[in-house]
Design a protein around this ligand. Sequence first.
Ligand code: ADE
Ligand code: ZN
Ligand code: ZN
Length: 300
Amino acid sequence: MGGTGFWWTWRVLGSLLLVPGILGWGKEGHYTICKIAEGFLSEEALAAVKELLPASAKGDLAEVCSWPDEIRHSYHWRWSGPLHYVDTPDFKCNYKYCRDCHDSAGHKDRCVTAAIYNYSMQLSSGYHESISESGYNLTEALMFLSHFIGDVHQPLHVGFTGDEGGNTIIVRWYRRKTNLHHVWDNMIIESAVKTYYSKDLAIMIKAIERNITDGWFNVIPSWKICANNQTVCPNEHASESISLACKYAYRNATPGSTLTDDYFLSRLPVVEKRLAQSGVRLAATLNRIFSSQAKQIADA
Ligand code: ADE
Ligand code: ZN
Ligand code: ZN
């Protein structure tokens, strides 16, 4: 029995390690984005968010921002897998909704940008019609929207179809064997926390927040704008992501390559800016959805 137990444990651990990195940014990335967003919420939006959060969040949006990754491999939620990303045809460094937003079977509107439109619509109509009448689960809608706004900012969540956004590109991150997608979901952030932020994610979050209020202050208004006064603009964010994927993620990261200081130091600023942008944009989106002005317009 002992021997069987050992092999069984080994197999379970082994298969967990081999689960393809379809997860969004890693847990730390999503936590960071939602923590940053919390600091930019209006009073109204904060109240609405707190009312919708599940008890397990203990009043903190950041606690549940990885929830869509935790459930997506279970049978009940398998349908949500393709909603975490949108890939472009191989080596195309632009994104087009009509061409790219489909799942691997070709079903249209099954991708991260469609999911952002869908869940923001659910939250808006739920808020305006009163929570019980809309028929949507607004708690789930809030957790999905917060997560997917993060995902669409991860450059390799808008990567090439042929390599599944870098998932099939095996590389070394310093001495560790991993894949390029995982480097961008987790490793760059983990290495930064270890090297520059005393192994404490909270310190990294504070540093990014300081950068938002100091260094990036002048460009923040431009981050928040959505063309034509729309509530969400995921197509713009997806276009930025594939462009960054081509310029930074895929560049000098061919299969079998070893990524070290050169790659880490030049890509970390890109990751930090994308985390900041998604936090600020998530807050701006929730502020737009949960504004009494929007409610007055809907009620008129
Ligand atoms: N599976 C296929 N493409 C993917 C991507 N870009 N991100 C995450 N998982 C994927
Ligand atoms: Zn991912
Ligand atoms: Zn995800």
